[in-house]
Design a protein around this ligand. Structure first.
Ligand SMILES: Nc1ncnc2c1ncn2[C@@H]1O[C@H](COP(=O)(O)OP(=O)(O)OP(=O)(O)O)[C@@H](O)[C@H]1O
Length: 235
């Protein structure tokens, strides 16, 4: 991604964003609410109108039809049908995506919804709903997974299970871009992109960011970087 600028509602919400993501790695997109994480992800999957800049995904311009089956996207707001069961949703999306039917069982197990597969989506809890939404993105075993806050509303045990799943997928060669505003999750990724106000404030491995700022934890490192930026702006 190079020099990406995006305007929404007449206001610039991404400013010259540039970064590269190594294949087979998990990259965390971290930043406060409204900093532009979702907009950035939308640009990656090719559903965001961009003002300028280039977005290349798996060697092709973002949004190419040929990328549809190679990129999985889980939006923050669940995009599954409330009046269908979990399995019915997955069978439907599998057929739309041309994914094998056997994938339905695989993804249900991966997100831990085996006991709820025949429940109507409208009767699921928030965490179960989020996992059903995530399961759709896993259909067809895409090479790139773009996951917008996939662990929101989950208890710590489920969050840990999902991160174990993300790591397993990366070990199998998938690339994952995962957004979060929970700092304690940030340590689980290979690389972090710290965002603020539509800009990438810093990027690097969690340990590198901690070392560079002399901070004990990532929250402190983030605050340190913001402080540095403010100082540079006012001096
Ligand atoms: N449809 C829209 N029209 C106008 N402005 C928008 C629209 N969607 C988002 N924005 C603005 O763009 C900016 C970036 O929003 P975005 O959703 O990308 O942030 P985010 O970091 O994903 O936030 P959150 O963590 O709360 O989801 C915000 O200032 C937001 O108000």
């Amino acid at each position: 991604m190079a020099d990406l600028c995006v305007e929404r509602g007449g206001r610039q919400v991404l400013h010259e964003v540039a970064f590269e993501v190594p294949r087979g790695s998990i990259v965390g997109l971290l930043g406060p609410s409204g900093c532009g994480k979702t907009t950035l992800m939308r640009a990656l999957v090719g559903v965001q109108v961009v003002k300028s800049g280039t977005v290349t995904v798996l060697g092709e311009p973002a949004g190419r039809p040929s990328l549809r089956r190679r990129v999985g996207y889980a939006t923050q707001r669940p995009a599954v049908y409330a009046d269908l069961s979990v399995a019915e949703n997955l069978r439907y999306f599998a057929s739309v995506l041309g994914a094998p039917r056997a994938d339905v069982d695989r993804v249900v197990a991966e997100v831990g919804l085996q006991d709820h597969r025949d429940r109507l989506v409208s009767t699921l809890s928030g965490g179960q709903l989020g996992r059903a939404n995530l399961a759709v993105a896993l259909l067809g075993a895409p090479e790139l997974l773009v996951l917008d806050e996939p662990t929101v509303g989950l208890d710590p045990v489920l969050r840990r299970e999902l991160w174990t799943l993300f790591r397993r997928l990366a070990d199998r060669g998938a690339t994952l871009i995962v957004s979060s505003h929970v700092m304690d999750e940030a340590g689980r990724v290979d690389r972090l992109l710290l965002m603020r106000e539509g800009r990438i404030l810093a990027e690097g491995a969690p340990d590198e960011l901690r070392a560079a700022t002399g901070a004990d934890d990532l929250e402190e490192a983030f605050l340190h970087l913001i402080g540095e930026r403010e100082e540079a702006r006012t001096s």
